[in-house]
Design a protein around this ligand. Structure first.
Ligand code: NAP
Ligand code: ZN
Ligand code: ZN
Length: 351
């Protein structure tokens, strides 16, 4: 065991503050990782504030981890000391069930070990995330960060990247497809970049008129302000695929109306309260409403390799750990361009 410096919260609605957590000594299949950067996902806020229910405290959030391997276990062969690696939302699963066998570890029938706000597979030992100086993770749940990707910009790929890449791939988005991205935040801006890299024509659907120039710089072909119903008329019935990344309560009906015949809207945003779905919005045009949860480990590696090939990283604002509570407030105001990333040197070097 080793004591690790971290920032976390003792209870819902308490601000994040310094704390220490215990990490296990690396076992045979483990790697020990010095965390360099950790992205700040809106899911961190939902969970630290127990907005989804069932949160476990104390909690150290953080599941967009990039770091360097400092030790490898006796049976670990995938990585060497010094390798730049990533850890996303999961740190273990049963490796025996159907979903695990299909590379869908996020749907492990035993329940995966989530990186924080969960337990190891023993269902007893709590897991603590990447707002910390180091982590110890089974190498089978660690991915390689390809050369050429900026480590800070790569961190958000571990959740925002895979969560948007996976549905774009599942629905086979390709050149010429018209894709709508609802919400231009951490996930949304990655969806724009990734959909463009697959050749799609991208429309950003945003509540923030001030984000138009950024949307176009990120690669979007069109920008619509969703609070202005008239601005949506030009895309009504036109989009083949929509990815909804919105974190707060909103109606799905108006977006479903933008889908072409047999178009699909995939929900990835997780507002704490449910929305009604009008049946007419689905049956007209045989439209489909679906969901998607992060992605498996192999697919996460595939996504990182895709990003390296296409020169894609997240647009980040790097912060010191002391700024984390302020960063949460800015995320809640949709004032993030487009992902906060914690530089863990600020914790490692703190007196
Ligand atoms: P984020 O950076 O806060 O982005 C969310 C965006 O949603 C905001 O930038 C804003 O974009 C829009 N928005 C916010 N409030 C809104 C409202 N009341 N009505 C309409 N639009 C609103 O959050 P994120 O980190 O991208 O995460 C987004 C959601 O995905 C969260 O709920 C998170 O928990 C969830 N998530 C899901 C998965 C998964 O596996 N499915 C993985 C990671 C995260 P505009 O300013 O452009 O309107
Ligand atoms: Zn996340
Ligand atoms: Zn399993």
């Amino acid at each position: 065991m080793s004591t690790t410096r971290a920032w976390g919260t003792p209870a819902a609605h308490a601000p994040l503050a310094p704390m220490t957590v215990e990490r296990r000594a690396p076992g045979a299949h483990d790697v020990a990782i010095d965390v360099l950067f950790c992205g700040v996902c809106h899911s961190d806020i939902h969970q630290a504030r127990d907005e989804w229910g069932g949160a476990m405290f104390p909690m150290v959030p953080g599941h967009e981890i990039v770091g360097r391997v400092t030790r490898v276990g006796s049976a670990a062969s995938k990585f060497h000391v010094g390798d730049l690696v990533g850890v996303g939302c999961m740190v273990d699963s049963c490796r025996a069930c159907g979903p695990c066998g299909e590379g869908l570890e996020q749907f492990c029938e035993a329940g995966p070990a989530f990186t924080y706000n969960g337990t190891e597979m023993d269902r007893t030992t709590p897991t603590f995330g990447g707002y910390a100086t180091h982590v110890v993770v089974d190498e089978r749940y660690v991915v390689r960060v390809p050369d050429g990707l900026d480590p800070a910009g790569a961190a958000p790929l571990l959740c925002a990247g895979i969560t948007t890449y996976s549905p774009l791939r599942q629905w086979n988005v390709k050149a010429g497809d018209r894709v709508g991205v609802v919400g231009l935040g951490g996930l949304g801006h990655m969806a724009v970049k990734l959909a463009k890299s697959m050749g799609a024509e991208v429309t950003v659907l945003s509540t923030s008129a001030s984000k138009e120039a950024d949307a176009r710089r990120l690669g979007a072909d069109h920008f619509k302000v969703t609070t202005d119903a008239a601005s949506l008329e030009s895309v009504r019935g036109k989009l083949n695929f929509i990815i909804d990344t919105v974190s707060a309560q909103h109606e799905y009906g108006p977006y479903l109306g933008l889908l072409a015949v047999r178009g699909t809207m995939v929900v990835v945003g997780v507002p704490p309260t449910p929305s009604a779905v009008p049946a007419f919005a689905l049956i007209g045009g045989n439209r489909r409403l679906a969901g998607s949860l992060i992605g498996g480990i192999a697919e996460t590696q595939e996504m990182l390799d895709h990003c390296a090939k296409h020169g894609i990283v997240s647009d980040v604002e790097v912060i010191s750990i002391e700024k984390i509570n302020e960063a949460y407030e800015r995320v809640l105001k949709s004032d993030v361009r487009y992902r906060f990333v914690i530089d863990l040197a600020s914790l490692r070097d703190a007196g």
